[in-house]
Design a protein around this ligand. Structure first.
Ligand code: C5P
Length: 313
């Protein structure tokens, strides 16, 4: 089943468990603008989900409260985890206090600009809404999602969307990107807050980038957009992490395609038209540059869970 909902494990009576593949995202473009009075920056970003997933399972529990277990890449199994915060928020909003057991198996690197935590939070909202038959509308879920983080609402409306405001104003796009991406994972944890803090707005650059995004969108060519690697947070991120600048330069010398930064970093991605060619470069890069890689594709479908949500409008 290609859906993000792997399966509802018990469909004979009231569902007791639900399981999701919680996808990562990349920013096909990211244009950050002025700082708003709220302290956040206004932005315009095209985001797309990719087939790199965490596993998220939500189950009814006999013990009251939210019980979170994590495995895979280290992620805190406590109240600081966005999954816990999402579960807590939806329970408070709907004034319920059930027993919920959540298990999270992490594959998406953390502090890597791939939105793994935001994705997990969005799917926790969707899962609890479905499992406990809370009947929240898409609008209500979007509103809760925006309280959890700027990238969380996108995951309710993927697989491809234009995100504006501080990220919470999400417009689904029908265009799809068919390139394969070679992801390069430097062993660097980028704090989103620090990277935004260091950002200096260059209005002329913003305008030039905006014109390029508009022309790619008008031509319906997201493959061209991803090749342009438009991200004006890059300078700020590279100023903070010199090793990342060096790695990007090495990758540009080593292979022929453009090297782009996802979000506030640290993941770099390189688009290729052909997945096998991407894979062969990945093998060479791992061998020669001693850095972890993964070849991924973009998710293409509007997933069934989104149809369920949209039906609530
Ligand atoms: O929304 P989120 O919690 O992911 O944001 C983390 C930090 O990134 C914020 O505290 C803020 O400093 C910065 N940020 C920003 N403008 C945005 C999104 C995030 O300045 N649009």
């Amino acid at each position: 089943m290609s859906s993000s909902i792997l399966k509802t494990l018990d469909q004979t009576e009231k569902s007791s468990k639900i399981q999701f593949k919680s996808p990562a995202k990349v920013n096909l473009s990211l244009i950050v603008k002025d700082k708003l009075d709220t302290g956040y920056h206004e932005l315009s970003s095209i985001m797309a989900t990719i087939d790199l997933y965490d596993d998220l399972r939500i189950a009814r529990a006999s013990r009251q409260g939210i019980h979170l277990k994590c495995s895979g890449i280290h992620s805190p199994a406590d109240q600081t985890n966005l999954v816990y915060k999402a579960a807590n928020l939806i329970c408070q909003y709907t004034e319920i206090s059930p027993g919920i057991e959540i298990t999270l198996h992490k594959r998406i690197p953390i502090g890597a600009g791939l939105g793994g935590g935001s994705s997990n939070a969005a799917f926790t909202l969707i899962g609890i809404n479905q499992l406990f038959e809370l009947g929240l509308t898409n609008q209500e879920l979007m509103q809760l999602a925006s309280q959890l983080g700027s990238d969380v609402p996108f995951f309710l409306k993927g697989p491809v969307a234009l995100c504006e405001g501080r990220g919470e104003i999400v417009t689904q796009l029908s265009q799809r990107c068919t390139s394969s991406l070679l992801l390069v994972f430097p062993d660097i944890h980028c704090s989103t807050g620090d990277v935004y803090q260091n950002f200096k707005h260059d209005k002329q650059q913003t305008q030039q980038m905006t014109n390029k995004v508009t022309s790619c969108l008008d031509a319906g060519d997201l493959n061209q957009l991803v090749r342009l690697g438009l991200n004006n947070l890059e300078t700020s991120c590279f100023e903070l992490f010199n090793q990342l600048t060096q790695l990007k330069d090495q990758l540009k010398e080593f292979q022929p395609n453009p090297v782009c930064l996802s979000g506030s970093g640290s993941t770099l991605f390189i688009p290729y038209d052909d997945k096998d060619i991407a894979q062969s470069w990945a093998t060479k890069i791992e061998h020669e540059l001693h850095v972890k890689t993964k070849v991924v594709s973009f998710e293409k479908q509007i997933e069934p869970y989104r149809e369920v949500l949209n039906a609530n409008f």
